[in-house]
Write a protein that binds this ligand. Structure first.
Ligand code: SF4
Length: 377
């Protein structure tokens, strides 16, 4: 089993918190799509004819593309890889890109069977602060349209936005739940260096949200979604049973994935690789039949750290048996020593030979994971 990820590196405007690779200049859009198709053909043997369970269009803003661009990409996936009727084909959409129902029909006709909508918040003040290109009523309209056409859709939300309070966040969750989405991704706002928000905070133009309010928002999120029957299967991901995102799951379970387009990452079980984060360099390199790729061979310690990170962020946890089998008894002894502190603080617990993150530990997960990481010698 494997998955394919397309990074579409274009956006209408820059969100104030974003540090993904994208350009607001669409001048080279057609060249770039042709280059991605060429990259796909150059790398078609990398998945060794495994079944492609998930194709995911992310970015950037894939919904900025014309239908024909997405159609060409999907056609080439079908021509060069092995998929079946259960393969999930997801398109991320921004609410302001979907102008009418006909768009959604066309998406369906070209094979998209799952839509992920970048809502982030239903409050216009929040959307303005983070500089999203849509407003709340556009989001409400699009969700209604998508709900009528796609059984499987997901909503993206962000908590921890400056100036928000609990009431506003409760409202966001209630509105999101009223549409009965099969999947919700909710991310804590991270303030990345180099972003507008980061500079505003440095200049005291914006005050970051108090940690305790962020924690209350996170706890409310978990409580209300679990009450409605969503499984909290990964720190930022909630789904109704049977609707876990195949794209997310392949990443969390260490399944091979092929990332196409500028800045896209790939993993084949041994080697992690990533494409250049520059649209022009990417196009020029592909023109010369050279992959604009950097590669990193994972050491045993890297693979162990990766397993700790993905295991503890998900409901699948970290299995003693796997640690002993894949990494040896020494690694298990180190893990046992390092987790003690977090077991006694009730951040982690053992369940039938599997180390899992408690509700309390979920909010502290990044710190816990880095405590357990081993260092390459
Ligand atoms: S739409 Fe997404 S990728 Fe584009 S700037 Fe906003 S957060 Fe970044």
């Amino acid at each position: 089993m494997a998955s394919i990820y397309f990074h579409i590196p274009f956006c209408k405007k820059a969100c104030h918190y974003c540090n993904f690779h994208f350009s607001t200049n669409l001048k080279n859009k057609d060249f770039l799509i042709d280059s991605i198709i060429k990259e796909l053909k150059l790398r078609k043997n990398e998945l060794n004819n495994q079944l492609v369970d998930s194709v995911y269009f992310g970015g950037g803003s894939p919904s900025i593309l014309e239908i024909n661009d997405i159609r060409k990409l999907i056609e080439n996936v079908f021509l060069n890889f092995h998929l079946n009727e259960k393969s999930e084909i997801t398109l991320e959409v921004n609410p302001d890109d979907i102008k009418g129902d006909e768009y959604l029909d066309l998406y369906k006709n070209i094979g998209i069977n799952r839509i992920s909508i970048g809502v982030q918040s239903f409050s216009n003040e929040d959307l303005k602060l983070i500089n999203r290109s849509h407003n709340s009523s556009q989001a409400l309209n699009v969700i209604e349209k998508v709900k009528n056409k796609f059984e499987n859709f997901s909503l993206d939300l962000i908590y921890g936005i400056p100036n928000t309070d609990l009431k506003g966040w409760f409202k966001n969750i209630d509105i999101a739940l009223s549409f009965l989405p099969k999947h919700i991704s909710a991310y804590s706002l991270t303030i990345e260096p180099g972003t507008v928000l980061y500079n505003w905070i440095k200049k005291n133009k914006v005050i970051p949200l108090d940690e305790n309010i962020v924690l209350d928002q996170f706890n409310y999120l978990i409580g209300s979604l679990e009450k409605k029957g969503y499984n909290h299967y990964e720190i930022s991901s909630f789904a109704k049973p049977g609707y876990y995102s195949k794209h997310n799951t392949s990443y969390w379970k260490g399944i091979n994935y092929l990332g196409l387009g500028p800045s896209a990452h790939s993993f084949d079980g041994e080697i992690r690789s990533w494409n250049v984060s520059n649209n022009n360099q990417y196009i020029k390199s592909i023109e010369k039949n050279t992959l604009p790729i950097q590669r990193e061979n994972l050491t045993k310690v890297d693979k162990y750290n990766e397993y700790i990170m993905t295991g503890l962020r998900t409901i699948w946890g970290v299995s003693i048996q796997k640690i002993k089998k894949d990494f040896g008894d020494n690694f298990f002894s180190l893990l046992e020593q390092n987790v003690e502190k977090h077991i006694s603080r009730k951040n982690l617990f053992w369940e039938k030979g599997v180390l899992k993150t408690s509700k309390k530990g979920r909010f502290l997960i990044d710190g816990i994971i880095s405590d357990l990481f081993l260092i390459n010698k």
